[in-house]
Design a protein around this ligand. Structure first.
Ligand code: NDP
Length: 311
């Protein structure tokens, strides 16, 4: 990947053109930029799975010039040119209005990571988890999805245990609302199919052995929202948690989620996310540093969310 200039006429087809104000680096962007995973489906590609900006021209019925908008997913930054650019041309069906509660910078501090964290919280709730059900486990807690999930759950009154490989970030996690901190190493090794019933709910960004151990420690009828693969793509579990404890494993995908769910997630973020806490999660990097930032994110050197001002 390299930073380069192109003509606006080269932008792909779409009925809405957007002047991008802010983009961000998500885990998937880092995989795309570094080439560590086959995220990019065709080249040349502009990475960036999300952006916030202002419509500059539109023939789509729902949007007109001047409208503030947000985009998450839909294959943007993977198979359609993405958000790490000054302009994007996309289908208006992929856009949602920028929620009034957020500036474009705040919307990208949330980004796809935060919107996915909200989808995970909604998945727990839809399956009956309430603050009275018991403790909720969040893995990858100092990362983007994890940090926002901890803050959202704590605000709603849940008791949250944050799993992290970075014990030095315990104060940060407590400031977001985590009641307890658990060392990632305790969930990283192969364990028994079932262990002591501990968690009423879990949001997992890790997958792999971590997710298997999370499932093994769920309470009867506990619910796990699984959205990530930071520890691995595999799932070395048994059916025991599901058939003996009635555990529910909910897959969460943000890319193709239906529009109604996106609007609901962003509305809930407007209501539930404390802006002061969000500010604590932000590292802002210049556009020129996005390629280097991608490597740092995959190396686990980034806390919270990276925001990239574009305009
Ligand atoms: P980040 O890099 O910001 O956070 C990932 C965190 O995972 C790290 O900060 C680290 O937290 C933890 N981690 C890293 N390596 C391991 C490991 N080997 N075992 C366990 N935990 C580990 O990424 P995001 O928060 O942006 O994304 C997290 C995951 O969610 C990614 O896999 C991403 O692809 C996925 N995702 C999926 C979406 C979907 O639609 N399904 C949407 C958005 C993200 P700590 O140091 O605190 O342990």
């Amino acid at each position: 990947m390299s930073l380069t200039s192109i003509e606006e006429s080269e932008l792909p087809e779409g009925d809405v053109t957007v002047d991008i104000a802010f983009s961000t680096l998500n885990y998937k962007d880092a995989l795309a930029i570094t080439g560590k995973s086959p995220i990019v489906k065709q080249y040349p590609m502009i990475p960036g799975i999300d952006f916030a900006g202002t419509v500059s021209s539109s023939t789509h019925a729902d949007f007109k010039a001047g409208d503030p908008v947000v985009l998450n997913g839909w294959g943007v930054g993977e198979k359609h040119w993405g958000g790490l650019a000054e302009k994007a041309r996309v289908s208006g069906d992929w856009l949602i209005p920028l929620p009034k509660a957020f500036s474009p910078r705040q919307a990208m501090a949330i980004g796809t990571a935060g919107y996915t964290a909200m989808l995970c919280v909604m998945a727990l709730e839809k399956n009956g988890v309430t603050p009275d059900s018991g403790d909720i486990l969040v893995t990858g807690a100092t990362g983007g999805v994890g940090s926002i999930a901890v803050a959202l759950l704590a605000k709603r009154g849940y008791s949250v245990t944050a799993v992290t490989g970075r014990s030095e970030e315990a104060d940060y996690l407590k400031s977001l609302g985590a009641g307890n901190i658990l060392d990632r190493a305790e969930l990283s090794e192969p364990g028994k199919p079932l262990v002591r019933e501990t968690w009423a709910g879990a949001i997992d960004v890790a997958g792999g052995q971590v997710l298997a151990n999370v499932c093994a420690g769920m309470k009867y009828r506990g619910v796990v929202a699984a959205c990530g693969l930071a520890a691995g793509m595999d799932f070395p579990s048994t059916v025991a948690p599901f058939i003996l404890r009635g555990v529910t494993l909910c897959g969460v995908d943000s890319v193709m989620a239906p529009k109604a769910e996106r609007l609901e997630a962003w509305k809930r973020l407007s209501e539930d996310l404390d802006i002061d806490l969000l500010e604590r999660m932000i590292t802002e990097i210049p556009f020129e540093d996005a390629i280097e930032g991608a490597s740092q994110l995959l190396d686990g050197k980034v806390r919270g969310r990276i925001v990239v001002p574009v305009a």
